[in-house]
Design a protein around this ligand. Structure first.
Ligand code: M6R
Length: 608
């Protein structure tokens, strides 16, 4: 996601903050900015685009001072532009923010009624106004604490105040925040690599805590103002390890980011009170949704797999026929579309040439296009009529992981919205579905805790020459995705199949050196998958099963079990993919392949 750096001490802050931001560049961003206190007032410089644009601005209009905060922004609310770049100012207060404020619209309305004027489209500016409202003659930390009473959402926040030129106040909820300790100067950052050059002594701030950071001291407090005593940690990471947050590969880091990525994608969209979904920036009216005759999903690779899950969800909740097309095939078969069709294009990067071409073709044929995308203002959102952004944050590993999970979540939300608008999904059922969806981030955390066991299974199978992934129903795309993950990063031959198709061909491959990975969770197809596994066992094939916890029956089919928590079948793909991502990752890691940049592959495929 976005990056934060802050400094208080005796050195010139601007160059130091620019270096810190440069160390976060690898994560991706689309605008940047600095706020520097010169002892009298706070100067702000912001620019869309890369840091060099901000550098040039600072050359023309320098800032000097020994207290400051800086930010690289990955746009979520409001397009990448100067006015949406951080820092944001309201009165005497200046803030930078990572994360997503869930109730920003209602807070903004309330503040506007009080006469507050907003200059950006961001959720962040709300923070600045709330803190300024509370400030009066209070210490900044007290005003921040009071302002936080009104907000819901995820955040890491660093705040300056024009008439308190000796301090940064920082706080967090769900987004990371660290304080770097030095001699007579201190730093804050969203990520260790930003400030690793200056210190190895870090204090990790916990959710809800507030840090008062001054040159000579750092005070941490609980949400209700009680002092926190926390020992600093020595971080011995190399700069490269630090970029990866201590993980060996970006892919591993991104797998572990999935609870947060999923929660951010749901934040502000699941309306529990009304058992419905609010899809910001999707301006389709209820009448439009009711009149749809068909949905056509277009995408490539992993995004196409998400589309297959989406078909299941939309048909189940909204009772609209859904076709799922590979974008690379779509325009070459003379597709038939009309203005009653909605085309849903799915892309992490928003730049995939085939998907972009499919979007153009669909619009030419008169269909409306809604895209699900992770990169704001990229080509596909710019070419579509409506956009539903996933909030996975930058994905650097070539193998898509957190983008996939958030794409499925976005499709889930869309399916519920359609179902509610078309009255094919009852309020009771919508409530049940949304509650199960909201519980998914926690379930994912639990699966991630089982990683050592998954690693052991990967060790046992890393020399296996061929894998068959099988599943049924909504998990069938997960078999495809599990196979794709394994083949792209380990170069081991792997195929995904609907389990029911096994006896129509692939069963001929089964022998003792072939591993069959099956999704065998206890849903309506459970018994059928078990009978497929019997067929595998009868031919000496080895079975790895994704199953539910405490399933005794499955133990008779395989000793290699990868349990996931039980949930509704509609939510299962968000969980069942996790062990498969980790299995692929550890097999590749045992084999020593280049996990983050596998041979012959590019993160964004901008050519046909
Ligand atoms: O950026 P997109 O989602 O449009 O990319 C589509 C595919 O190129 C992508 O999912 C690819 O299959 C990944 N390497 C899968 O891990």
């Amino acid at each position: 996601m976005c990056g934060i750096v802050g400094y208080v001490g005796s050195r010139d802050a601007a160059p130091l903050l620019m270096e810190g931001l440069a160390r976060l560049e690898y994560r991706g961003y689309d605008s940047a900015g600095l706020a520097i206190h010169d002892g009298k007032e706070i100067g702000i410089r912001r620019a869309p685009g890369k840091l060099r644009v901000l550098s040039r601005l600072l050359e023309r209009k320098p800032l000097s001072g020994t207290l400051g905060i800086g930010h690289t922004r990955w746009a979520t609310h409001g397009r990448p532009s100067e006015e949406n770049a951080h820092p944001h100012r309201a009165g005497r207060v200046v803030v930078v923010h990572n994360g997503i404020l869930e109730n920003h619209s209602e807070l903004r309305q309330r503040l506007e009624k009080k006469g507050r004027r907003f200059t950006s489209q961001t959720d962040t500016e709300v923070f600045a106004h709330l803190i300024d409202e509370e400030l009066g003659r209070k210490p900044l930390e007290e005003a921040v604490r009071r302002a936080l009473r009104y907000v819901r959402g995820t955040y890491a926040l660093a705040v300056l105040c024009a008439d308190q030129p000796d301090r940064i106040v920082a706080t967090k909820n769900a987004s990371p925040l660290v304080v770097g300790l030095c001699q007579n100067e201190n730093l804050v950052a969203s990520d260790v690599p930003a400030i690793l050059e200056h210190t190895r002594k870090f204090v990790f701030i916990e959710d809800g805590e507030l840090a008062l950071v001054q040159a000579g001291r750092v005070k941490i407090q609980t949400p209700d103002g009680k002092p926190v005593r926390r020992r600093s940690r020595h971080i011995g990471w190399s700069p490269l390890m630090a970029e990866k947050g201590g993980h060996k590969h970006f892919m591993h880091k991104e797998i572990h980011e999935q609870p947060r990525a999923l929660a951010d994608t749901l934040t502000g969209r699941v309306l529990r009170d009304s058992a419905d979904v609010h899809l910001d920036s999707v301006k389709l009216r209820v009448r439009d949704l009711k009149n749809l005759s068909r949905i056509v999903i277009v995408a490539c690779g992993t995004s196409w797999h998400a589309g297959l899950v989406g078909k299941f969800l939309i048909e189940r909740f909204a009772r609209i026929p859904v076709e799922v097309d590979l974008a690379s095939e779509f325009r070459y078969r003379g597709p038939i579309l009309s203005d009653r069709d909605l085309v849903v294009a799915i892309s992490q990067s928003g730049e995939t040439a085939d998907t972009l071409a499919a979007v153009r073709e669909a619009r030419k044929l008169g269909a409306r296009v809604l895209c699900i995308c992770n990169v704001m203002d990229s080509g596909i959102p710019r070419t579509s009529d409506h956009v539903l952004y996933t909030h996975a944050g930058p994905e650097i590993g070539v193998a898509s992981t957190k983008a996939f999970v958030t794409q499925m979540a976005a499709l889930f939300l869309l399916a519920v919205r359609l179902g509610r608008a078309r009255k094919t999904l009852s309020e009771k059922e919508a409530r049940k579905q949304l509650a199960a969806l909201a519980a998914a981030p926690e379930h994912i955390e639990r699966i991630l805790k089982n990683e050592p066991h998954i690693q052991e299974i990967a060790r046992a199978f890393h020399t296996t020459k061929a894998f068959l992934f099988i599943a049924r129903g909504i998990n069938y795309p997960i078999a495809l995705e599990g196979a794709l993950k394994l083949k792209e990063i380990s170069y081991i031959h792997a195929e995904g199949y609907p389990a029911g198709e096994m006896k129509h061909g692939p069963i001929a491959l089964i022998e003792k050196d072939v591993a069959v990975v099956a999704v065998a969770t206890k849903n309506s197809t459970y018994e059928k998958v078990l009978s497929n596994l019997s067929e595998v066992r009868a031919r000496d094939g080895q079975v790895i099963a994704i199953c539910n916890q405490r399933d005794k029956k499955i133990e008779t089919y395989s000793p290699h079990l990868l349990p996931v928590p039980a949930t509704l079948d509609t939510v299962e793909p968000l969980l069942t993919i996790l062990p498969l991502q980790l299995l692929a990752y550890h097999i590749a890691n045992f084999n020593g392949t280049d996990v983050d940049q596998p041979r012959n592959l590019a993160k964004s495929v901008t050519v046909e």
